[in-house]
Design a protein around this ligand. Structure first.
Ligand SMILES: NC(=O)c1ccc[n+]([C@@H]2O[C@H](COP(=O)([O-])OP(=O)(O)OC[C@H]3O[C@@H](n4cnc5c(N)ncnc54)[C@H](OP(=O)(O)O)[C@@H]3O)[C@@H](O)[C@H]2O)c1
Length: 334
């Protein structure tokens, strides 16, 4: 453990891409624990594109991070000191810990997990964390794919998208992954098992969807919005379902965010487009963990981790996901 507490506080609301100067590093001595409290040393911080929205004043499923507050983040860590009998020293815990190297907690919202059961403790933030739960519940509860159906996934090499590709394949679907660049596309096809891939940076998305989905699309798992969503809307099958998971192509646009132009095709397709937020499914987490655990045990689930080291590199890690430089689940290692 560092002998000082270090935390990144929100110092400015970004206009476009988040800058280093949007955060302020503050250090102080560690506070002594009171009864019922634990000290957690943070090991990995999860980088989530929604952080970009939490930094604004925009209304979302969580209130904005207040100016001057520690930046919100989910993370995993190890209990280093405990005055709470539910948390033994040495236990791995997960929860909303913030962008800091350690925290004092009363234990509320912190969950102990058995790191020895995972291929790597960091999987508690990928397949077995918010990422995996988002992929599982978004796909199975909103997309409801049936074996043999055609499922299209955007940001398919990313954390949520790569998990969706593998779950959909496991459910017997035909899967088309969309990702940026030949290297990511090769990963989605060769490592994750997608049937076809579309490189949206080099291919014409509409032409490629026409070629790969001649009979149309049953389920679209949307992580990006923008022109990809518009291209998919033109190729919907009857009773198609669009899972609105995220719209990362619009997150830096603020008030200029663009909605879909081709939404009227939902009428003729009798289709559905539905948003969801993973926090609504947390009480059912064990269902997803059991299903994803079974896939992992059978060697049918891969999780690529993209690790940036050092608390002070958090802004760069956030920029990586917002610009597609990340390759798999983006984490900051403390
Ligand atoms: N609804 C929920 O509860 C929930 C929960 C978690 C995450 N999400 C959403 O799920 C999506 C994926 O999150 P993640 O954590 O798994 O991140 P991620 O996919 O690992 O990283 C983001 C990826 O988005 C792609 N991207 C970035 N800018 C883009 C652009 N302008 N156009 C198209 N693609 C772009 C990049 O991949 P390429 O290199 O392929 O462009 C980048 O690697 C995000 O929209 C996030 O907000 C929603």
């Amino acid at each position: 453990m560092s002998n000082q507490h270090r935390a990144l506080h929100l110092a400015a609301r970004p206009q476009d891409e988040p800058k280093d100067s949007d955060f302020e590093l503050r250090t102080k001595d560690h506070a002594a624990l009171s009864d019922g409290q634990v000290r957690i040393d943070v090991r990995y911080i999860s980088i989530d594109p929604a952080m970009r929205i939490w930094m604004t004043e925009q209304k979302s499923y969580w209130p904005p991070v207040e100016m001057g507050a520690v930046m919100r983040a989910s993370a995993i860590g190890v209990v280093s000191e405990s005055k709470n009998e539910k948390f033994a020293v040495g236990a791995w815990v997960t929860g909303m810990m913030g962008v800091q190297n350690s925290l004092v907690s009363d234990g509320k919202g912190m969950r102990v997990f058995d790191a020895a059961q995972l291929p790597d403790p960091a999987w508690a933030l990928s397949v077995f964390g918010g990422t995996g739960l988002t992929a599982w519940f978004g796909l199975t509860e909103i997309g409801k794919p049936q074996a043999g159906e055609t499922v299209v996934v955007s940001a398919a090499a990313g954390a949520v998208g790569s998990t969706v590709v593998q779950i959909a394949k496991n459910l017997g679907c035909r899967v088309i992954g969309i990702a940026g660049g030949p290297e990511k596309c090769a990963f989605v096809k060769n490592e994750l098992g997608a049937d076809e891939v579309i490189d949206y940076k080099n291919d014409n998305i509409s032409d490629a969807l026409k070629a790969h989905c001649p009979d149309g699309i049953d389920v679209y798992f949307d992580n990006v919005g923008g022109e990809t969503l518009d291209a998919v809307l033109k190729r919907l099958k009857l009773k198609a379902r669009i899972v609105l998971c995220g719209g990362i192509s619009q997150y830096n646009a603020g008030k200029d965010a663009r909605g879909p132009v081709n939404y009227l095709s939902l009428i003729s397709a009798r289709g559905k487009m539905e948003g969801f937020v993973i926090i609504d499914y947390l009480d059912r987490a064990q269902e997803a963990i059991a299903a994803l655990g079974a896939m992992t045990a059978q060697g049918k689930m891969k999780s690529k981790l993209d690790i940036v080291e050092g608390l002070e590199n958090f802004p760069e890690a956030l920029r990586r996901v917002l610009t597609g430089k990340n390759y798999g689940k983006q984490l900051v290692k403390i």
